[in-house]
Ligand binder design. Structure first.
Ligand SMILES: Nc1ncnc2c1ncn2[C@@H]1O[C@H](COP(=O)(O)OP(=O)(O)O)[C@@H](O)[C@H]1O
Ligand SMILES: [Mg+2]
Length: 334
């Protein structure tokens, strides 16, 4: 089996005329946290459901700890904890009752179940609400209870489908702290998200999927460094002469033509643009401004944002025709 907890090879899933997955392959080493990043409709949930044994692939192979989830769903369920996209516990039962019910389903002896439950209530910060009905909890607390429920049988592999989806920033940030702690516990985690920063913060490796196929894979820092573009903002002062924005924009476009410029913005007092070879481009911007009687006052150079990184890869894939767009439904908005 090697050092991989999850292996996905050439996974295809078709729903009627829609291809949700069109040949996805990746491997998750044991003990690592692997981020599955993609916009709505990319195929994240379908991938997770295939790994959890909740749907049968049209083609391709899935292996979880050496088992095929579509052939041996029960053995896989014993080793895998799944946190689905939507709240999944009984609303009328309290958090404690839900957890005890799940313990019975898994056949965990009652003493052991009590002990695990106490540990998990503490770990997920749920002690104060353990006797409240699940249906009455806030979204953030529901999410934490879902995770506690998925961890109750101490699975080796945990699948989390958009755990912070729909949470406000405070609840999401608190949940990320818990997820970081879970990551340190040494379990193998597959985490899907459409939040780029979250994927980068929590994952050892991440896979960007788009329209059911792999766009790019690597460590968060690799993906970021791979893009040599920089966002430059130059702040200037008009040295007495007024320059029309359109004239300035034209002059900058011309001066920067060899630096692969994108997103040029000319505002009163500042210009910003994303370019390659930022140092040389900076000189060109300065020369242009000064030739128009404007004086450079300050400068800011930023690495590409995660949005830049993703858009770059998506544009590259679309230009190269690496992903086929035929027949894929769902929204592609982030
Ligand atoms: N049960 C289903 N029936 C039909 N189409 C589906 C079904 N599940 C997912 N899809 C379609 O497959 C694509 C991928 O969906 P999904 O895996 O849910 O993406 P994500 O979780 O990344 O948002 C979407 O176009 C979606 O509409
Ligand atoms: Mg989904």
């Amino acid at each position: 089996m090697g050092g991989y907890a999850i292996e996905v090879e050439g996974l295809v899933k078709r729903f009627g005329r829609v291809y949700a997955l069109r040949g996805l392959s990746f491997r998750v080493p044991r003990g690592e946290t692997y981020g599955l990043l993609g916009p709505n409709g990319a195929g994240k949930t379908t991938t997770i459901r295939a790994i959890a044994g909740a749907l049968r692939p049209t083609r391709g192979r899935v292996s979880v700890l050496g088992l095929d989830p579509s052939r041996e769903p029960l053995r896989v369920k014993a080793l895998v904890g799944v946190v689905p996209e939507l709240p999944s516990l009984f609303p009328e039962l309290t958090v404690r009752e839900n957890l005890l019910f799940i313990a019975r389903v898994y056949g965990i002896p009652s003493g052991e179940a009590e002990r695990r439950m106490r540990e998990l209530l503490e770990f997920m910060g749920l002690e104060a609400v353990a006797s409240r009905r699940y249906g009455q909890l806030s979204k953030g607390l529901k999410r934490r209870a879902d995770i506690a429920a998925a961890l109750l049988h101490d699975p080796e592999v945990v699948l989390l489908d958009e755990p912070t989806g729909g949470l406000d920033v405070v609840a999401a940030s608190r949940l990320r702290e818990r997820l970081a702690a879970l990551r340190r516990s040494g379990k193998t985690i597959l985490l899907s998200t459409h939040n780029i920063g979250e994927a980068a913060e929590l994952s050892d490796r991440l896979l960007v999927i788009y329209r059911g196929a792999k766009l790019v894979e690597g460590t968060p820092s690799m993906l970021r460094r791979a893009l040599s573009a920089r966002r430059i903002t130059v702040y200037y002062r008009a040295g007495g002469s007024e320059v029309e924005a359109s004239r300035l924009e034209e002059a900058l476009q011309e001066a920067l033509a060899s630096y692969d410029p994108s997103g040029l913005r000319v505002a009163p007092g500042s210009v910003s643009v994303t370019v390659k070879r930022a140092l040389d481009a900076l000189w060109a911007i300065r020369e242009t401004l000064e030739s128009l009687g404007l004086k450079v006052e300050d400068v800011e150079v930023l690495p590409p944002s995660w949005e830049d990184v993703l858009l770059h890869h998506i544009e590259e894939a679309e230009e190269g025709g690496r992903t086929c767009r035929c027949g894929v439904g769902g929204s592609s908005a982030w």
